[in-house]
Design a protein around this ligand. Structure first.
Ligand code: AMP
Length: 214
């Protein structure tokens, strides 16, 4: 399954719920890259300058990592992709890779959220450094300020969740990622879900779509 939608639509949150529900791996390209940045690997060093500016990391840097992740044993029962593919070229690369792996895309869900709501969500977003759980500085606060409810990890504001970078990321989405939706729509794989509401409400809508078409 592929989860699509602009930054701040709730892909990460929904992917975690789907992972638990279907017992399949959540694979987030952003998390993979942030892990590489935190560990200061060669991939992380190359990726960081793009990520900090809200730009896409080039395919020659990213694709090998995605392939390696998809081929790992724990991906063989299925996976939910979050943040990948983000360009038509990446969608083509994924198609080729899945063919080689004898796998296929069952479902592409796009989460729809209006632009002003995305900016509000992203600029207040706080992320757990340890487990990636997301909070909001006003609408979804942790029990103890700055501390993750789940794992007691430190909450921080991603560099790319600052206002000027948010705008750049949304522009990149419109220009480079939105066209990917058309390719999946043409293949009759695309389902669109309203992303406004509680995480449980949105999750219910996604499940209903998957069951309807599954
Ligand atoms: P995300 O956590 O999905 O918002 O991704 C954070 C940042 O990681 C993006 O703004 C990009 O710089 C980079 N990134 C994540 N996924 C991709 C991808 N599929 N292609 C290129 N860059 C990506």
């Amino acid at each position: 399954m592929i989860l699509m939608g602009p930054p701040g639509a709730g892909k990460g949150t929904q992917a975690k719920l789907l992972e638990k529900h279907f017992q399949v791996r959540h694979i987030s390209s952003g998390d993979l890259l942030r892990g590489a940045v935190d560990q200061n690997t060669p991939l992380g060093q190359q990726a960081k300058r793009y990520m900090d500016h809200g730009e896409l990391v080039p395919d020659d840097v990213l694709l090998g990592t995605i392939e390696e992740r998809l081929r790992r044993d724990d991906s063989q029962g299925g996976f939910i992709l979050d943040g990948f593919p983000r360009t038509v070229a990446q969608a083509d690369a994924l198609c080729g890779l899945l063919q080689m792996m004898n796998a296929r895309i069952d479902d592409v869900t796009s989460i729809l959220v209006p632009r002003d709501e995305l900016v509000k969500r992203l600029s207040g977003r706080r992320t757990c450094r340890a487990c990636g759980t997301m909070y909001h500085a006003i609408f979804d606060q942790p029990r103890v300020a700055g501390v993750c409810d789940r794992c007691q990890g430190e909450l921080y504001q991603r560099v790319d969740d600052r206002e000027e970078t948010i705008r750049a990321r949304l522009e990149v989405y419109d220009r480079q990622t939105a066209p990917v939706l058309n390719t999946y729509r043409e293949r009759n794989l695309l389902r669109e879900v309203d992303g406004i509401g509680s995480r449980e409400q949105v999750f219910g809508r996604i499940l209903a779509q998957v069951q309807k078409h599954g």
